[in-house]
Design a binder for this molecule. Structure first.
Ligand code: PLP
Length: 449
């Protein structure tokens, strides 16, 4: 008999057994404390142990645990959908929300909605989705098809539909060396979309991208011109713009949604992770009125559904989480320019720049990354085989700090980094953890020297 009945992510790793969590901390069954700078994979935003959320879920489970969406809607789902639309702002007025159990399901839904929109507005040939190299949009086969990240898709490639992936602007390792100035680089990267659309010969239905590249590149925000340019190219060529805000949505970057940094309104916005802050499995597809109207006037139905979409207990969790975000002004608190937590967190991270192995500290709000380099002057990455970010994460874990490591690419075009996305609570603990992280980086770089 194996030691764990749960199929593990890695058969060689020993996982501690989590027992309880509060705020930004998790304790295992041995009583060991971990300060969570990863937000448990960018999920925990409001902090664990929120009794109001727990109570709302319990009350909902007791009153109405489930209805199937082919038979009923529910008061709590309608209520929460209206709240989400309000939170998403005027661009989504008259729109609607489809709730899922997480990000991958939400991405799948968005891709299918884009296809249905095109068919119902008289463009049945439009069936391609353009996305970006390195991007990660989820683990289901459709979401994986639009994910450019090779390591996550390679083994499944015979099963995965091939779509076109364009380059992602990545200032620290800009292919144009930013010599042109970031606006010009941003425009050049956006022009990739124009070329991909031409290449698709009238078959492109939508473009999907993360406003700030999360897991694979590490909190990379594009030049300011990029998203407005992408939005206008989509509009000009009849593509829907899908913003994957699974990592960035619901306050994480110091705005309600990361696209708000550039005043860009996508046609479809996909959310997950922070929307439920880990209290319940939850994702959302926030759909603009234009798309909803096309379906209403077209076939009049959604050719899609999951048994557990808009699950009442998840709705109660999401609604209570959002109420807490608003009441405690956590979006403002997360802001890296002025926020009570975001600003101090960012400043503490920038102090790590005095360590020679730290090449870049970047991000917005409570979504940051630290990229490591062997040589600061040339920005030479550590060899992938060294697994440097894994070594930093292990040294941090030894000190009771959780991080989200991501290995660099084999060709050295992407460096090792760790993603940091703590909840907007317990600032003192977060700062203590950043200090310990500095020790961990020093330990890993001493070993690598
Ligand atoms: N989209 C993005 C940008 C993500 O980062 C992730 C997960 O990391 C997903 C989609 C998939 O979400 P989930 O793991 O909840 O299915």
């Amino acid at each position: 008999m194996s030691s764990h009945a749960i199929l593990p992510r890695s058969f060689t790793k020993q996982y501690p057994v989590a027992a309880r969590a509060h705020g930004a901390r998790i304790w295992d069954t041995q009583g060991r404390e971990y300060i969570d700078l990863s937000g448990s994979a960018v999920v925990n935003f409001i902090g664990f142990g929120n009794d109001t959320v727990v109570q709302a879920m319990a009350e909902q489970a007791s009153r109405l645990p489930f209805v199937h969406s082919s038979q009923f809607t529910s008061e709590i789902a309608e209520h929460f959908a209206a709240e989400v639309l309000d939170f998403a702002g005027p661009a989504f007025e008259g729109g609607a929300v489809f709730f899922t159990c997480g990000g991958s399901e939400a991405v799948e839904t968005a891709l299918k909605l884009a296809r249905q929109f095109q068919v119902e507005t008289g463009h049945p040939d439009r069936c391609e989705i353009i996305s970006r190299q390195q991007a990660y949009h989820g683990s289901t086969l459709g979401a994986l098809a639009v994910s450019g990240n090779l390591s996550r898709r390679e083994i499944y490639l015979p099963m995965v539909r091939e779509f076109e992936h364009i380059r992602i602007p990545y200032c620290y390792r800009c292919e144009f060396s930013c010599e042109l100035g970031c606006d010009d680089c941003g425009r050049k990267y956006a022009d990739d979309l124009r070329h991909a659309i031409e290449h698709s010969a009238g078959r492109a239905a939508a473009f999907i991208g993360e406003p700030i590249s999360g897991a694979t590149l590490g909190a990379v925000a594009p030049p300011p011109i990029y998203w407005p340019a992408i939005a206008s190219i989509c509009k000009e060529h009849g593509l829907l713009l899908i913003a994957d805000e699974v990592m960035t949505g619901f306050g994480r970057t110091g705005r309600n949604f990361a696209m708000d940094h550039w005043n860009v309104a996508p046609d479809i916005l996909v959310a997950g992770k922070g929307i439920g802050s880990g209290y319940a499995p939850l994702g959302a597809v926030i759909v603009s009125a234009r798309v909803v109207d096309a379906l209403r006037k077209g076939s009049g139905m959604l050719i899609h559904g999951f048994t557990y979409n808009a699950h009442p207990v998840s709705m109660a969790a999401g609604s209570a989480v959002l109420a807490h975000i608003r009441e405690m002004e956590l979006v403002q608190a997360a802001d890296s320019e002025h926020g009570s937590i975001g600003q101090a967190f960012m400043q503490a991270l920038h102090l790590l720049e005095e360590i020679e192995a730290v090449g870049d500290v970047r991000g917005l709000g409570l979504l940051h990354a630290v990229e490591f380099v062997r040589d600061r002057a040339t920005r030479e990455a550590y060899p992938a085989a060294l697994k440097f970010s894994g070594k930093v994460a292990a040294a941090a874990l030894k000190r009771g700090v959780l991080t989200y490591p991501m290995q660099g690419s084999i060709d050295g075009t992407r460096g090792d980094h760790i993603l940091l996305a703590p909840p907007a609570v317990e600032l003192d603990r977060l700062l203590e953890a950043v200090h310990l992280l500095g020790d961990a980086i020093r330990e890993a770089s001493d070993q690598a020297a």
